[in-house]
Write a protein that binds this ligand. Structure first.
Ligand SMILES: Cc1cc2nc3c(=O)[nH]c(=O)nc-3n(C[C@H](O)[C@H](O)[C@H](O)COP(=O)(O)OP(=O)(O)OC[C@H]3O[C@@H](n4cnc5c(N)ncnc54)[C@H](O)[C@@H]3O)c2cc1C
Length: 435
Protein backbone atom coordinates (compact mmCIF):
# COMPACT_ATOMS: atom_id res chain seq x y z
CA UNK A 1 0.00 0.00 0.00
CA UNK A 2 1.86 3.08 -1.22
CA UNK A 3 0.38 6.02 0.65
CA UNK A 4 3.38 8.23 -0.16
CA UNK A 5 1.79 9.12 -3.50
CA UNK A 6 -1.06 11.04 -1.87
CA UNK A 7 -0.84 14.81 -1.35
CA UNK A 8 -1.93 16.02 2.11
CA UNK A 9 -4.96 17.70 0.51
CA UNK A 10 -5.92 14.55 -1.47
CA UNK A 11 -9.61 14.41 -2.37
CA UNK A 12 -11.62 11.44 -3.71
CA UNK A 13 -13.50 13.75 -6.09
CA UNK A 14 -13.12 15.04 -9.66
CA UNK A 15 -10.45 17.72 -10.06
CA UNK A 16 -12.93 19.54 -12.33
CA UNK A 17 -15.33 20.06 -9.45
CA UNK A 18 -12.86 22.42 -7.72
CA UNK A 19 -13.64 25.07 -10.35
CA UNK A 20 -17.14 23.98 -11.39
CA UNK A 21 -18.92 21.83 -8.77
CA UNK A 22 -22.34 20.45 -9.77
CA UNK A 23 -24.98 22.68 -8.19
CA UNK A 24 -27.01 21.04 -5.42
CA UNK A 25 -30.60 20.37 -6.54
CA UNK A 26 -33.28 22.92 -5.65
CA UNK A 27 -36.70 21.57 -4.74
CA UNK A 28 -38.54 23.80 -7.24
CA UNK A 29 -42.09 22.87 -8.33
CA UNK A 30 -42.34 20.62 -11.39
CA UNK A 31 -44.46 21.79 -14.30
CA UNK A 32 -47.65 19.71 -14.73
CA UNK A 33 -47.18 19.35 -18.49
CA UNK A 34 -44.36 19.99 -21.00
CA UNK A 35 -43.81 19.28 -24.67
CA UNK A 36 -40.67 17.22 -24.00
CA UNK A 37 -39.38 15.66 -20.79
CA UNK A 38 -35.67 14.81 -21.01
CA UNK A 39 -34.33 12.25 -18.55
CA UNK A 40 -30.61 12.83 -17.83
CA UNK A 41 -28.83 16.17 -17.38
CA UNK A 42 -25.46 15.62 -19.11
CA UNK A 43 -24.22 16.75 -22.53
CA UNK A 44 -26.90 14.73 -24.37
CA UNK A 45 -29.89 15.95 -22.40
CA UNK A 46 -28.71 19.55 -22.15
CA UNK A 47 -27.74 19.86 -25.81
CA UNK A 48 -31.18 18.48 -26.70
CA UNK A 49 -32.89 20.90 -24.29
CA UNK A 50 -30.93 23.87 -25.64
CA UNK A 51 -31.98 23.22 -29.23
CA UNK A 52 -35.61 22.53 -28.24
CA UNK A 53 -35.84 25.70 -26.15
CA UNK A 54 -34.24 27.78 -28.92
CA UNK A 55 -37.16 26.63 -31.04
CA UNK A 56 -39.78 27.52 -28.40
CA UNK A 57 -40.46 23.92 -27.40
CA UNK A 58 -41.36 23.71 -23.68
CA UNK A 59 -38.95 21.22 -22.18
CA UNK A 60 -37.90 19.97 -18.77
CA UNK A 61 -34.65 18.13 -17.95
CA UNK A 62 -34.78 15.88 -14.88
CA UNK A 63 -31.71 14.31 -13.32
CA UNK A 64 -31.64 11.87 -10.46
CA UNK A 65 -28.53 13.63 -9.10
CA UNK A 66 -27.34 17.19 -9.71
CA UNK A 67 -27.52 18.49 -13.26
CA UNK A 68 -24.19 17.49 -14.85
CA UNK A 69 -23.35 14.94 -12.12
CA UNK A 70 -22.71 12.02 -14.51
CA UNK A 71 -19.82 11.40 -16.91
CA UNK A 72 -20.23 14.90 -18.31
CA UNK A 73 -18.48 16.55 -15.35
CA UNK A 74 -15.97 13.73 -14.72
CA UNK A 75 -14.40 13.01 -18.10
CA UNK A 76 -10.93 13.74 -19.44
CA UNK A 77 -12.09 16.67 -21.56
CA UNK A 78 -10.34 15.32 -24.66
CA UNK A 79 -12.37 16.49 -27.65
CA UNK A 80 -11.55 14.16 -30.50
CA UNK A 81 -14.71 14.14 -32.59
CA UNK A 82 -15.34 10.86 -34.33
CA UNK A 83 -11.82 9.95 -35.44
CA UNK A 84 -12.10 6.54 -33.81
CA UNK A 85 -15.38 5.74 -35.54
CA UNK A 86 -13.96 6.88 -38.87
CA UNK A 87 -11.22 4.27 -38.54
CA UNK A 88 -13.42 1.54 -37.05
CA UNK A 89 -14.07 -1.87 -38.62
CA UNK A 90 -17.81 -1.02 -38.46
CA UNK A 91 -17.26 1.96 -40.78
CA UNK A 92 -15.05 -0.12 -43.05
CA UNK A 93 -17.82 -2.70 -43.55
CA UNK A 94 -20.34 -0.16 -44.89
CA UNK A 95 -20.93 0.36 -48.60
CA UNK A 96 -18.97 3.36 -49.99
CA UNK A 97 -21.58 6.16 -49.82
CA UNK A 98 -22.84 5.13 -46.35
CA UNK A 99 -19.30 4.90 -45.06
CA UNK A 100 -18.53 8.38 -46.32
CA UNK A 101 -21.64 9.78 -44.66
CA UNK A 102 -20.95 8.06 -41.35
CA UNK A 103 -17.36 9.23 -41.32
CA UNK A 104 -18.26 12.80 -42.31
CA UNK A 105 -20.89 12.96 -39.57
CA UNK A 106 -18.55 11.50 -36.93
CA UNK A 107 -15.68 13.82 -37.86
CA UNK A 108 -18.04 16.82 -38.05
CA UNK A 109 -18.91 16.49 -34.35
CA UNK A 110 -15.63 18.24 -33.45
CA UNK A 111 -16.52 21.35 -35.48
CA UNK A 112 -20.09 21.15 -34.15
CA UNK A 113 -19.01 21.33 -30.51
CA UNK A 114 -16.49 24.13 -31.17
CA UNK A 115 -19.20 26.17 -32.94
CA UNK A 116 -21.72 25.51 -30.18
CA UNK A 117 -19.28 26.67 -27.50
CA UNK A 118 -18.50 29.83 -29.49
CA UNK A 119 -22.15 30.60 -30.28
CA UNK A 120 -23.22 30.28 -26.64
CA UNK A 121 -20.03 31.98 -25.33
CA UNK A 122 -19.38 29.03 -23.00
CA UNK A 123 -16.28 29.66 -20.90
CA UNK A 124 -14.82 26.14 -20.71
CA UNK A 125 -11.09 26.46 -21.54
CA UNK A 126 -11.53 25.00 -25.03
CA UNK A 127 -8.14 24.73 -26.76
CA UNK A 128 -7.50 23.24 -30.19
CA UNK A 129 -4.35 21.39 -29.21
CA UNK A 130 -4.40 18.48 -31.66
CA UNK A 131 -4.28 14.88 -30.55
CA UNK A 132 -1.27 12.60 -30.15
CA UNK A 133 -2.05 8.88 -30.55
CA UNK A 134 0.85 7.01 -28.96
CA UNK A 135 1.64 3.65 -30.61
CA UNK A 136 1.84 0.83 -28.09
CA UNK A 137 3.56 -1.53 -30.52
CA UNK A 138 5.40 -1.43 -33.82
CA UNK A 139 2.30 -2.98 -35.41
CA UNK A 140 0.14 -0.15 -34.02
CA UNK A 141 2.57 2.40 -35.44
CA UNK A 142 2.21 0.79 -38.88
CA UNK A 143 -1.59 0.88 -38.58
CA UNK A 144 -1.50 4.57 -37.64
CA UNK A 145 0.83 5.26 -40.57
CA UNK A 146 -1.59 3.51 -42.93
CA UNK A 147 -4.45 5.78 -41.77
CA UNK A 148 -2.65 9.12 -41.60
CA UNK A 149 -3.50 10.36 -45.10
CA UNK A 150 -7.16 9.47 -44.56
CA UNK A 151 -7.20 11.35 -41.25
CA UNK A 152 -5.77 14.46 -42.93
CA UNK A 153 -8.22 14.22 -45.85
CA UNK A 154 -11.29 13.53 -43.71
CA UNK A 155 -10.62 16.17 -41.06
CA UNK A 156 -9.37 18.76 -43.56
CA UNK A 157 -6.57 19.50 -41.08
CA UNK A 158 -2.98 18.42 -40.61
CA UNK A 159 -2.11 14.86 -39.61
CA UNK A 160 1.38 13.36 -39.56
CA UNK A 161 3.43 10.55 -38.12
CA UNK A 162 5.94 11.02 -35.34
CA UNK A 163 8.65 8.35 -35.70
CA UNK A 164 10.11 6.85 -32.50
CA UNK A 165 13.38 8.77 -32.85
CA UNK A 166 11.45 12.09 -32.82
CA UNK A 167 8.95 11.08 -30.15
CA UNK A 168 10.49 13.40 -27.55
CA UNK A 169 9.34 16.39 -29.60
CA UNK A 170 5.79 15.37 -28.61
CA UNK A 171 6.07 13.40 -25.38
CA UNK A 172 8.93 13.00 -22.91
CA UNK A 173 8.69 9.22 -22.78
CA UNK A 174 10.40 6.16 -24.26
CA UNK A 175 7.44 3.93 -23.52
CA UNK A 176 5.83 4.21 -26.96
CA UNK A 177 6.82 3.26 -30.50
CA UNK A 178 6.16 6.67 -32.04
CA UNK A 179 2.71 8.06 -32.79
CA UNK A 180 0.37 10.08 -34.93
CA UNK A 181 -0.64 13.72 -34.55
CA UNK A 182 -4.05 14.87 -35.79
CA UNK A 183 -4.61 18.60 -35.55
CA UNK A 184 -8.41 18.47 -35.52
CA UNK A 185 -8.83 17.77 -31.80
CA UNK A 186 -8.52 19.58 -28.51
CA UNK A 187 -9.19 19.78 -24.82
CA UNK A 188 -11.73 21.54 -22.62
CA UNK A 189 -12.80 21.73 -18.99
CA UNK A 190 -15.66 19.20 -18.94
CA UNK A 191 -17.45 20.48 -15.83
CA UNK A 192 -17.32 24.09 -17.05
CA UNK A 193 -18.68 22.89 -20.39
CA UNK A 194 -21.63 21.05 -18.86
CA UNK A 195 -22.34 24.01 -16.56
CA UNK A 196 -22.22 26.37 -19.57
CA UNK A 197 -24.56 24.14 -21.57
CA UNK A 198 -27.02 24.10 -18.65
CA UNK A 199 -26.88 27.91 -18.39
CA UNK A 200 -27.39 28.26 -22.16
CA UNK A 201 -30.38 25.90 -22.08
CA UNK A 202 -31.95 27.85 -19.20
CA UNK A 203 -31.33 31.18 -20.95
CA UNK A 204 -33.15 29.78 -23.96
CA UNK A 205 -36.12 28.85 -21.75
CA UNK A 206 -35.58 25.20 -20.73
CA UNK A 207 -36.35 24.16 -17.15
CA UNK A 208 -33.77 21.93 -15.42
CA UNK A 209 -34.19 20.12 -12.17
CA UNK A 210 -31.86 17.85 -10.20
CA UNK A 211 -32.69 15.41 -7.43
CA UNK A 212 -35.57 14.07 -9.53
CA UNK A 213 -35.37 10.43 -10.56
CA UNK A 214 -37.59 9.03 -13.29
CA UNK A 215 -39.04 5.84 -11.78
CA UNK A 216 -41.35 4.71 -14.59
CA UNK A 217 -42.89 5.76 -17.89
CA UNK A 218 -46.49 5.24 -18.97
CA UNK A 219 -47.86 5.92 -22.44
CA UNK A 220 -51.28 7.57 -22.67
CA UNK A 221 -53.48 8.82 -25.53
CA UNK A 222 -52.02 12.34 -25.47
CA UNK A 223 -48.40 11.43 -24.73
CA UNK A 224 -46.56 10.22 -21.66
CA UNK A 225 -46.77 10.26 -17.90
CA UNK A 226 -43.31 10.27 -16.33
CA UNK A 227 -43.38 9.20 -12.69
CA UNK A 228 -40.54 10.70 -10.68
CA UNK A 229 -39.47 10.77 -7.06
CA UNK A 230 -40.90 14.31 -6.97
CA UNK A 231 -44.24 13.64 -8.62
CA UNK A 232 -45.68 12.93 -12.08
CA UNK A 233 -45.10 14.98 -15.24
CA UNK A 234 -47.17 14.78 -18.42
CA UNK A 235 -45.25 15.21 -21.68
CA UNK A 236 -45.96 14.89 -25.37
CA UNK A 237 -42.49 13.37 -25.95
CA UNK A 238 -39.85 11.71 -23.77
CA UNK A 239 -36.12 11.68 -24.40
CA UNK A 240 -33.82 9.22 -22.62
CA UNK A 241 -30.33 10.68 -22.08
CA UNK A 242 -29.07 8.51 -19.24
CA UNK A 243 -26.19 6.81 -21.11
CA UNK A 244 -24.04 4.63 -18.80
CA UNK A 245 -26.31 5.39 -15.82
CA UNK A 246 -29.42 3.88 -17.45
CA UNK A 247 -31.21 1.93 -14.72
CA UNK A 248 -33.75 -0.89 -14.46
CA UNK A 249 -36.55 1.67 -14.97
CA UNK A 250 -35.62 1.62 -18.69
CA UNK A 251 -35.03 -2.14 -19.20
CA UNK A 252 -35.06 -2.25 -23.03
CA UNK A 253 -32.25 0.33 -23.16
CA UNK A 254 -30.32 -1.13 -20.25
CA UNK A 255 -30.10 -4.45 -22.11
CA UNK A 256 -28.32 -2.66 -24.95
CA UNK A 257 -25.70 -0.78 -22.95
CA UNK A 258 -22.57 -2.08 -21.23
CA UNK A 259 -21.53 0.34 -18.48
CA UNK A 260 -17.78 0.35 -17.89
CA UNK A 261 -15.97 2.34 -15.21
CA UNK A 262 -13.24 4.75 -16.26
CA UNK A 263 -10.84 6.21 -13.68
CA UNK A 264 -8.84 9.43 -13.46
CA UNK A 265 -6.29 11.15 -11.27
CA UNK A 266 -4.91 14.69 -11.10
CA UNK A 267 -1.37 15.34 -9.93
CA UNK A 268 -0.10 18.14 -7.76
CA UNK A 269 1.28 21.21 -9.58
CA UNK A 270 4.57 20.43 -11.34
CA UNK A 271 7.58 22.65 -12.13
CA UNK A 272 7.35 24.38 -15.52
CA UNK A 273 10.47 22.70 -16.95
CA UNK A 274 9.12 19.25 -16.06
CA UNK A 275 5.81 20.04 -17.77
CA UNK A 276 7.72 21.20 -20.87
CA UNK A 277 9.74 17.99 -20.85
CA UNK A 278 6.85 15.54 -20.55
CA UNK A 279 4.22 17.24 -22.73
CA UNK A 280 5.94 19.94 -24.81
CA UNK A 281 2.95 20.47 -27.11
CA UNK A 282 0.23 20.08 -24.44
CA UNK A 283 -1.88 17.92 -26.73
CA UNK A 284 -4.80 15.63 -25.97
CA UNK A 285 -3.04 12.26 -25.71
CA UNK A 286 -4.07 8.61 -25.66
CA UNK A 287 -2.33 5.36 -26.43
CA UNK A 288 -3.42 2.59 -28.77
CA UNK A 289 -3.76 -0.17 -26.18
CA UNK A 290 -7.07 -2.03 -25.92
CA UNK A 291 -6.93 -1.12 -22.23
CA UNK A 292 -6.00 2.42 -23.10
CA UNK A 293 -4.59 5.31 -21.10
CA UNK A 294 -5.66 8.88 -21.95
CA UNK A 295 -3.92 11.94 -20.58
CA UNK A 296 -3.42 15.67 -20.89
CA UNK A 297 -2.33 18.73 -18.97
CA UNK A 298 -4.77 20.72 -16.85
CA UNK A 299 -6.08 23.87 -18.58
CA UNK A 300 -3.48 26.00 -16.71
CA UNK A 301 -0.70 23.59 -17.84
CA UNK A 302 0.41 22.95 -14.26
CA UNK A 303 -0.77 19.40 -13.61
CA UNK A 304 -1.14 16.09 -15.36
CA UNK A 305 -4.59 14.53 -15.66
CA UNK A 306 -4.32 10.80 -16.29
CA UNK A 307 -7.13 8.37 -17.07
CA UNK A 308 -7.55 4.71 -17.79
CA UNK A 309 -9.54 1.54 -17.24
CA UNK A 310 -7.72 0.13 -14.22
CA UNK A 311 -10.83 -1.74 -13.11
CA UNK A 312 -14.32 -2.43 -14.38
CA UNK A 313 -16.44 -1.27 -11.47
CA UNK A 314 -16.52 1.37 -8.80
CA UNK A 315 -13.43 1.08 -6.61
CA UNK A 316 -11.91 2.82 -3.60
CA UNK A 317 -10.48 6.11 -4.92
CA UNK A 318 -7.08 5.53 -3.28
CA UNK A 319 -6.76 2.08 -4.83
CA UNK A 320 -7.60 3.32 -8.35
CA UNK A 321 -5.17 6.21 -7.81
CA UNK A 322 -2.36 3.79 -6.94
CA UNK A 323 -3.04 1.77 -10.09
CA UNK A 324 -3.20 4.84 -12.34
CA UNK A 325 -0.06 6.32 -10.76
CA UNK A 326 1.77 3.07 -11.54
CA UNK A 327 0.73 3.18 -15.22
CA UNK A 328 1.53 6.91 -15.46
CA UNK A 329 5.05 6.44 -14.09
CA UNK A 330 5.70 3.59 -16.52
CA UNK A 331 5.16 6.19 -19.25
CA UNK A 332 6.71 9.11 -17.36
CA UNK A 333 9.25 7.77 -14.81
CA UNK A 334 10.04 11.46 -14.17
CA UNK A 335 6.77 11.56 -12.16
CA UNK A 336 7.71 8.78 -9.72
CA UNK A 337 7.70 11.19 -6.77
CA UNK A 338 4.76 13.25 -7.99
CA UNK A 339 1.79 13.27 -5.65
CA UNK A 340 -1.86 12.74 -6.47
CA UNK A 341 -4.36 15.38 -5.35
CA UNK A 342 -7.61 14.00 -6.82
CA UNK A 343 -8.93 10.58 -7.81
CA UNK A 344 -12.36 9.76 -9.19
CA UNK A 345 -14.29 7.63 -11.63
CA UNK A 346 -17.40 7.60 -13.78
CA UNK A 347 -19.15 5.24 -16.17
CA UNK A 348 -18.92 5.12 -19.95
CA UNK A 349 -21.45 3.23 -22.08
CA UNK A 350 -20.42 0.69 -24.69
CA UNK A 351 -22.81 -0.91 -27.19
CA UNK A 352 -22.53 -4.33 -28.78
CA UNK A 353 -21.58 -2.93 -32.20
CA UNK A 354 -19.28 -0.24 -30.73
CA UNK A 355 -21.34 2.56 -32.31
CA UNK A 356 -23.44 5.28 -30.65
CA UNK A 357 -27.19 4.94 -31.26
CA UNK A 358 -29.90 7.49 -31.82
CA UNK A 359 -33.59 7.04 -32.56
CA UNK A 360 -36.91 6.12 -30.98
CA UNK A 361 -38.10 2.89 -29.43
CA UNK A 362 -41.82 2.47 -28.67
CA UNK A 363 -42.09 6.26 -28.94
CA UNK A 364 -39.21 7.05 -26.54
CA UNK A 365 -36.43 9.12 -28.14
CA UNK A 366 -32.88 8.20 -27.15
CA UNK A 367 -29.22 9.03 -27.85
CA UNK A 368 -26.91 6.60 -26.08
CA UNK A 369 -23.64 4.69 -26.19
CA UNK A 370 -20.67 6.95 -26.89
CA UNK A 371 -17.96 4.27 -26.21
CA UNK A 372 -16.04 6.66 -23.96
CA UNK A 373 -15.83 9.40 -26.59
CA UNK A 374 -18.84 11.53 -25.85
CA UNK A 375 -17.84 15.16 -25.35
CA UNK A 376 -18.43 16.03 -28.99
CA UNK A 377 -20.52 13.01 -30.02
CA UNK A 378 -23.16 13.13 -27.27
CA UNK A 379 -23.54 16.91 -27.71
CA UNK A 380 -24.20 16.27 -31.39
CA UNK A 381 -26.61 13.38 -30.81
CA UNK A 382 -28.61 15.41 -28.28
CA UNK A 383 -28.91 18.19 -30.86
CA UNK A 384 -29.95 15.68 -33.55
CA UNK A 385 -32.66 14.24 -31.28
CA UNK A 386 -34.03 17.75 -30.76
CA UNK A 387 -34.06 18.42 -34.51
CA UNK A 388 -36.01 15.21 -35.10
CA UNK A 389 -38.61 16.18 -32.47
CA UNK A 390 -38.92 19.73 -33.81
CA UNK A 391 -39.43 18.57 -37.40
CA UNK A 392 -41.56 15.56 -36.33
CA UNK A 393 -39.55 13.61 -38.91
CA UNK A 394 -37.17 10.71 -38.34
CA UNK A 395 -33.59 11.93 -38.15
CA UNK A 396 -31.32 11.40 -41.13
CA UNK A 397 -28.31 10.90 -38.84
CA UNK A 398 -26.26 7.84 -39.79
CA UNK A 399 -26.27 6.85 -36.11
CA UNK A 400 -29.99 6.08 -36.41
CA UNK A 401 -29.38 3.63 -39.24
CA UNK A 402 -28.00 0.67 -37.32
CA UNK A 403 -30.15 -1.80 -35.36
CA UNK A 404 -29.66 -1.28 -31.62
CA UNK A 405 -28.96 -4.87 -30.66
CA UNK A 406 -28.41 -6.79 -27.45
CA UNK A 407 -27.15 -10.29 -26.63
CA UNK A 408 -29.19 -13.24 -25.38
CA UNK A 409 -29.49 -13.33 -21.57
CA UNK A 410 -27.85 -9.90 -21.13
CA UNK A 411 -29.92 -7.77 -18.73
CA UNK A 412 -27.52 -4.88 -18.13
CA UNK A 413 -25.13 -6.38 -15.59
CA UNK A 414 -21.79 -6.93 -17.37
CA UNK A 415 -20.47 -9.57 -14.97
CA UNK A 416 -18.02 -10.90 -17.59
CA UNK A 417 -16.14 -7.58 -17.77
CA UNK A 418 -13.25 -8.52 -15.42
CA UNK A 419 -12.49 -11.52 -17.67
CA UNK A 420 -12.72 -9.34 -20.80
CA UNK A 421 -10.36 -6.77 -19.25
CA UNK A 422 -7.85 -9.50 -18.37
CA UNK A 423 -8.05 -10.87 -21.93
CA UNK A 424 -7.49 -7.40 -23.41
CA UNK A 425 -4.46 -6.88 -21.13
CA UNK A 426 -3.01 -10.16 -22.33
CA UNK A 427 -3.55 -9.24 -26.00
CA UNK A 428 -1.92 -5.84 -25.43
CA UNK A 429 1.15 -7.56 -24.02
CA UNK A 430 1.26 -10.09 -26.86
CA UNK A 431 1.12 -7.22 -29.39
CA UNK A 432 3.95 -5.48 -27.58
CA UNK A 433 6.05 -8.65 -27.43
CA UNK A 434 5.62 -9.16 -31.16
CA UNK A 435 7.40 -5.82 -31.60
C1 LIG B 1 -13.72 9.09 -16.39
C2 LIG B 1 -14.26 9.39 -17.76
C3 LIG B 1 -13.42 9.95 -18.72
C4 LIG B 1 -13.92 10.25 -19.99
N1 LIG B 1 -13.11 10.93 -20.86
C5 LIG B 1 -13.64 11.38 -22.03
C6 LIG B 1 -12.85 12.20 -22.87
O1 LIG B 1 -11.72 12.59 -22.53
N2 LIG B 1 -13.38 12.60 -24.06
C7 LIG B 1 -14.66 12.23 -24.44
O2 LIG B 1 -15.09 12.60 -25.54
N3 LIG B 1 -15.44 11.48 -23.63
C8 LIG B 1 -14.97 11.06 -22.43
N4 LIG B 1 -15.77 10.34 -21.59
C9 LIG B 1 -17.16 10.04 -22.00
C10 LIG B 1 -18.11 11.24 -21.80
O3 LIG B 1 -17.91 11.81 -20.56
C11 LIG B 1 -19.56 10.77 -21.94
O4 LIG B 1 -19.71 10.17 -23.20
C12 LIG B 1 -20.58 11.87 -21.87
O5 LIG B 1 -20.36 12.70 -20.76
C13 LIG B 1 -21.98 11.27 -21.78
O6 LIG B 1 -22.91 12.31 -21.63
P1 LIG B 1 -24.43 11.96 -21.34
O7 LIG B 1 -25.15 13.24 -21.20
O8 LIG B 1 -24.95 11.03 -22.40
O9 LIG B 1 -24.43 11.12 -19.98
P2 LIG B 1 -24.05 11.55 -18.50
O10 LIG B 1 -23.27 12.80 -18.45
O11 LIG B 1 -23.46 10.35 -17.85
O12 LIG B 1 -25.46 11.89 -17.84
C14 LIG B 1 -26.42 10.90 -17.59
C15 LIG B 1 -27.27 11.40 -16.42
O13 LIG B 1 -28.45 10.60 -16.34
C16 LIG B 1 -28.87 10.64 -14.98
N5 LIG B 1 -29.87 9.58 -14.77
C17 LIG B 1 -29.68 8.24 -14.90
N6 LIG B 1 -30.86 7.58 -14.64
C18 LIG B 1 -31.78 8.55 -14.35
C19 LIG B 1 -33.16 8.49 -13.99
N7 LIG B 1 -33.83 7.34 -13.87
N8 LIG B 1 -33.83 9.66 -13.73
C20 LIG B 1 -33.16 10.86 -13.82
N9 LIG B 1 -31.84 10.94 -14.16
C21 LIG B 1 -31.16 9.80 -14.42
C22 LIG B 1 -27.58 10.49 -14.20
O14 LIG B 1 -27.71 11.01 -12.88
C23 LIG B 1 -26.59 11.28 -15.07
O15 LIG B 1 -26.32 12.57 -14.54
C24 LIG B 1 -15.30 9.97 -20.33
C25 LIG B 1 -16.12 9.40 -19.36
C26 LIG B 1 -15.62 9.11 -18.09
C27 LIG B 1 -16.56 8.52 -17.07
Amino acid sequence: MDNAIFAPDFRPAPYWWDAAPPEPPVDDPLPGRVDVCIVGGGYTGLSCALELARNSVRCLVVDENCIGWGASSRNGGLVVGGLKIANSPQAAQLPGEDRNRLVAEAIGTFRFVCDLIARESIDCDLAVTGRLSCAWSKGDYDKLAASVDDVARLTGAGAWMVPPERQHEEIGSDRYCGGQVAESAGTLHPAKYVRGLAQAAMRAGAQLTGGCKMTSLRREKTGWVISTTRGAIAATNVMLATNAYTGPEAPWFRRRLVPVASFMIATEELPEDLIREIAPKARAMADTRRVLSYFRLSPDHRRVLWGGRVGTRDMDARESARRLHRVMTQVWPQLAKTKVTHSWNGNVAFTFDFLPHLGTHDGVSYALGCQGNGVAMQSWLGFQSARAMISAQPTDSMFARFPFTTKPLYAGDPWVLPAVLAWYHLRDWIDRAKG
